[in-house]
Design a protein around this ligand. Structure first.
Ligand code: GLN
Length: 473
């Protein structure tokens, strides 16, 4: 069920909130052993809250979202509930406060069922780097779910939860959404509060909703947007009703097709993308060829900036302030070394080493920032002639889980420029290759989430790809 279905079901008393949550928790218990999409499941509290919601609903003392279940990526701090960030370093970390977005969903009455699996510290594209094991793809257990928000994407796709919150530093909402066949929105940098989200790369990280449909993402955005004084990068916007915009006509809008990204597409992805383009043209959209020339340098710039910021952000895991603690170390150095050697996984250590190197070779970091600025300027220029840009989210279907994909960074090429420029982008499902979902990415100018949702929703009104569910479960 989508969030919209659940709201209707609860309102028309087709099921109680307790029945719904109990049903989902049972299903999660059975399914999680196959998919490994949850790290922590909050059985007791979820059922207690469900009872409370049913009680309040009897007296009409609720808004319509009261009792709607959700789960969040395990890097949102949740007061009293383990928050591991997919790492051994934080495997016993219980935050003493809620991140702002958790406060907002709780305030709206949603029930957080648990914390979803992810690549350690959000570093990865396939969800193979979690201390808690890989996440599998419900469409085919031999395939990866995509990362780093793979637990969320897998759980939604398997219908264990209707929606989730993820984060996207270089594609981590969009890529798993594409591999698992769901809708995932990365918002503009500064649009949502990052307060209480465990940082990977602070100038790139941004949160966003993941769900079956664009409409559900709009419902979640209504709740989680709005200014937060605890995050100085959070832009001071008034909250808006994003549902207001989604049905507007998109006739006459101009879509840019970046030639560089369409040149080397695999034939399967190319066919499916062309079909999606045909749907848009039937809706009265005009297409213009555009150029995003910094495609190769974008990868280098992204990995230099992201690793450098990660090396700095992760220095706090020293065994004193945070992190894995070795009892009775003889020296302070022994404490640091043991904590960081045992607490971090291989991928995270690689990034810390790379980042430390890049920060020491300061000309590399400065060059990367210059490339970032060029990418940003190019987007700003392009958006003077087009309303939005579309490109595939990825060029290949999800990979086999058995293969180790060490730092296979080339495939991030489709998603990272958006983060370097701080733009909003959404993944929507547009078809299948060998029973494996494929997604399309839509990008719009900064802080035009309403337009992005509008264009994506119009596509979903005329297609059914977002309504397919895997039958493996
Ligand atoms: N794959 C990219 C990386 O490993 C992006 C990850 C993300 O968006 N969190 O850095």
């Amino acid at each position: 069920m989508t969030i919209v279905d659940i709201i209707k079901g609860l309102k028309n008393k087709h099921f109680s909130c307790y029945e719904l949550i109990k049903f989902l928790l049972t299903k999660i218990k059975q399914t999680n052993k196959h998919l490994n999409c949850f790290i922590t499941i909050d059985y007791k509290k979820a059922l207690k809250q469900a009872n409370k919601c049913d009680f309040l609903r009897k007296f009409n003392q609720t808004n319509e979202l009261y009792g709607v279940p959700i789960a969040v990526k395990d890097l949102f701090c949740t007061k009293g509930l383990k928050t591991t960030c997919g790492s051994k370093m934080l495997k016993n970390f219980i935050p003493t406060y809620n991140s702002t977005l958790i406060e907002k969903i709780q305030h709206a009455g949603l029930i957080n069922i648990g914390k979803t699996n992810m690549d350690e510290f959000a570093m990865g594209s396939y969800n193979e780097h979690s201390f808690f094991g890989r996440v599998k793809n419900p469409w085919n257990f031999n395939l990866v779910s995509g990362g780093s928000s793979g637990g969320s994407a897998s759980a939604i796709s398997a219908c264990l939860i209707p929606a989730s919150l993820g984060t996207d530093t270089g594609g981590s909402i969009r890529l798993p959404s594409s591999f698992c066949g769901i809708t995932g929105l990365k918002t503009s940098y500064g649009f949502l509060s990052r307060y209480g989200i465990i940082s990977y790369s602070s100038s790139l990280d941004q949160a966003g909703p993941m769900a079956h449909t664009v409409k559900d993402c709009a419902i979640l955005l209504n709740i989680i947007s709005g200014c937060d004084k605890f995050d100085s990068t959070n832009i001071n916007f008034k909250t808006d009703n994003y549902l207001k915009y989604i049905n507007k006509s998109i006739k006459g809008k101009k879509i840019g097709l970046p030639i560089e990204y369409f040149k080397n597409l695999t034939s399967n992805v190319s066919c499916i993308t062309q079909e999606a383009i045909r749907v848009f043209s039937k809706l009265g959209i005009k297409f213009i060829d555009i150029s995003l020339p910094y495609i190769d340098s974008a990868i280098s710039a992204y990995y230099i900036i992201a690793s450098a910021e990660a090396a700095s952000n992760l220095s706090k895991y020293d065994g004193i302030k945070y992190g894995y603690y070795k009892i009775n170390p003889k020296t302070i150095e022994e404490l640091y070394v043991n904590t960081r050697t045992n607490g971090f996984g291989k991928e995270v250590k690689t990034r810390i080493l790379l980042g430390t190197y890049f920060l020491n070779k300061s000309n590399l970091f400065i060059k990367a920032k210059k490339i970032r600025k060029l990418i940003y300027n190019n987007f700003i220029k392009l958006f003077k002639t087009v309303d939005c840009i579309i490109l595939p989210t990825n060029n290949y279907i999800a990979k086999q889980t058995q293969k180790k994909n060490n730092l296979n960074i080339q495939e991030d090429i489709y998603t990272i420029s958006v983060n370097l420029a701080g733009l909003p982008a959404i993944n929507i499902p547009i078809g299948f290759v060998k029973n494996c979902p494929i997604g399309l990415q839509i990008i719009t100018p900064h802080f035009t989430e309403h337009l992005l949702l509008n264009i994506a929703h119009c596509y979903q009104k005329h297609t059914h790809w977002h309504l397919n569910y895997p039958n493996s479960l």
